[in-house]
Design a protein around this ligand. Structure first.
Ligand code: ATP
Ligand code: MG
Length: 554
């Protein structure tokens, strides 16, 4: 398998991604990413290379590959001493501290299934989660330990081992206990199809779903993420993501360590654009990955006044509006390349380094995936026709697509059908094979006989200098069934007024087909978002439907 990794690393250096399409990784019976890839490639070959640089205010902690590997072995030995074995589950609710990284390494090596959780989750969320899956181990800091204890008590459950990353607490052992453990540990004999992660999706469209990823498919799948970012050994990679979300595993864990790069773990209490940019400059970050939400904040700053060492910039998680790419490119000379994926998979479609980028397009399928635009019956649609983003399943080829939803297994039948995996997103493909995002299934607006994708309308509005953020949704309308409505958050200094609404309307008229123009514009202070910062159009849509319903009742 190391050969495959070497091939991918070389392809990234040569910017030759076409040749990777020939690769068809076969699934071995047993596979463990830590003992099969991470240790031989990074720890044995490059023990003194930096694996992780962690920063929090004035604190800094660096780990070489050897050091982080030893720390992870100690962690694994500690878990084992307390009776934790292959197949057990760990619930990790931590801010961005180093134990996320060595904890994950230990769990993968020991075959312990990882359940990442965002720190913003409250006791009732944990109760819900523990009822779905009760972990044998938890790993958390003091603030989250409170919630874990309470949820455990309220549910009348018992968690076997609780590990605390700071201070002391009754019923918990301290992570410092690892220091008396051996720095050497045997790996578990994990099967390729053994469960590796239980991720919760972001909950943008409803209650989060639990996604099961396995030992072979998931890490191998992230080779696509590595190619999309364009990571190379020697890079310092910074990804804006909190642990708790799949994006952390994508871009703060597998993608950089797949090629022995260094991760910058920049822990913050609050997102301050100036501090972000200063850190990227001072640490000489070479590869940068960010959700569009954060980029929208960063481009408000005087980007040209920084002296960056960046080579690659990518964005994922939400549609990337052309406006962001343009502003960033003008100031830094670097193109932000969009990449599309989901918790359910890895990087599926992306603009790869060196490839021609069409502003506003997500790019082309990455090397492991056979992606098509299909109708609801599984038929591929014509070029330029909108349809469902789907993945064709080839049993002999391993990809990073998930194994199953947990608990809500009925949902599997909704997404795995006609020999395809339905992502739940809409797009179209152009003559050159580029994919253009239209919107999530439910976000597409049906107005009169037309279908309007919110992304295109939002992208136009965002180009207007007075618009900071916007969400475009369907608003029930007697004549048209739905009207296109834009919620708009104004950029600093701009004042909401009927004139400004008119100005935005005229601006839209100049840049959009008639049926796509937002007929209603509502100024708002903020947009409803998930805790990971994604716009929840579903909430705005529900409010619209509700207010229409109330009006009708009156
Ligand atoms: P939930 O499934 O719980 O409603 P979610 O879909 O937001 O939440 P994630 O798995 O974190 O959970 O996000 C994946 C989704 O994010 C994709 O299905 C797509 O809708 C959107 N997305 C991700 N990357 C992009 C991108 N580059 N362009 C457009 N949309 C994107
Ligand atoms: Mg989803």
């Amino acid at each position: 398998m190391l050969e495959l990794y070497n091939r991918v690393a070389q392809a990234i250096k040569d910017k030759d991604f076409e040749s990777l399409k020939e690769l068809k990784p076969k699934k071995p019976e047993f596979f463990n990413w830590v003992t099969d890839i991470f240790e031989p490639q990074n720890v044995k070959q490059n023990p003194n290379d930096k694996a992780l640089i962690w920063k929090y205010n004035a604190q800094r902690e660096d780990f070489t590959y050897k050091e982080i590997s030893e720390r992870s072995n100690q962690f694994l030995n500690l878990m084992r001493k307390h009776g934790i074995t292959h197949g057990d589950k760990i619930f990790v609710q931590l801010p961005l501290v180093p134990s996320n990284w060595y904890g994950y390494l230990a769990c993968i090596k020991g075959g312990v299934v990882i359940i990442p959780a965002a720190t913003s989750l409250e006791t009732r969320d944990l109760e819900f989660r523990f009822k779905s899956v009760l972990p044998q181990v938890t790993l958390s800091d003091a603030a989250n330990a409170d919630k874990i204890d309470e949820a455990e008590k309220n549910n009348g459950q018992k968690i076997k081992l609780k590990i605390l990353t700071e201070g002391t607490r009754e019923g918990w052992i301290s992570i410092d206990d690892i220091f008396s453990e051996s720095k050497v540990a045997e790996g578990a004999k994990t099967r390729s199809d053994d469960d590796l992660f239980y991720f919760f999706t972001s909950g943008t469209t409803g209650m989060p779903k639990i996604v099961v990823h396995t030992h072979f498919g998931y890490p191998i799948g992230h080779l696509t993420t590595t190619t999309w970012v364009g990571l190379q050994k020697g890079d310092l990679h910074y990804n804006i993501s909190q642990p708790g979300w799949a994006k952390f595993s994508w871009s703060s864990f597998f993608a950089p360590w797949n090629v022995g790069a260094t991760i910058l773990g920049y822990h913050i209490d609050r997102f301050v654009p100036k501090e972000q940019l200063q850190t990227i400059q001072d640490f000489k970050v070479t590869t940068f990955c960010s959700p569009p939400t954060s980029l929208r904040m960063l481009i408000q700053e005087d980007l040209a006044s920084y002296n960056f060492s960046l080579r690659e910039c990518v964005a994922a998680g939400e549609p990337l509006n052309p406006e962001i790419i343009e502003v960033w490119k003008k100031a830094t000379g670097i193109l932000i390349r969009d990449g599309y994926g989901q918790t359910e998979a890895t990087a599926l479609v992306g603009n790869l380094p060196g490839n021609k980028v069409k502003f506003g397009s997500m790019g082309k399928p990455t090397f492991l995936y056979d992606i098509l635009i299909a109708d609801d019956d599984g038929n591929e649609v014509e070029t330029s026709e909108e349809g469902n983003i789907c993945l064709r399943h080839h049993p002999e080829i391993v990809t990073g697509v998930f194994k199953t939803y947990l608990i809500d297994t009925k949902r599997n039948d909704l997404v795995f059908k006609h020999g395809l995996y339905y992502t739940g997103d809409k797009a179209y493909k152009d003559e050159e094979g580029y994919f253009w995002f239209v919107g999530r299934d439910d976000d597409v607006i049906k107005a009169s006989d037309f279908r309007v994708g919110p992304f295109e309308v939002e992208s136009v509005l965002l180009e207007h200098p007075k618009v900071l953020e916007t969400a475009v949704v369907a608003s029930p309308h007697e004549m048209r069934s739905n009207a296109v409505k834009a919620f708009v958050v104004l950029a600093g200094g701009a004042k909401a007024s009927a004139e400004l609404a008119k100005e935005l309307f005229v601006y839209s008229e100049e840049h959009l087909s008639r049926y796509k123009i937002p007929r209603i514009i509502e100024f708002t202070k903020e947009l409803p978002k998930t805790i990971s910062g994604k716009i929840r159009r579903v909430e705005l849509r529900a409010e619209e439907a509700m207010s229409k319903h109330k009006k009708e009742k009156r």
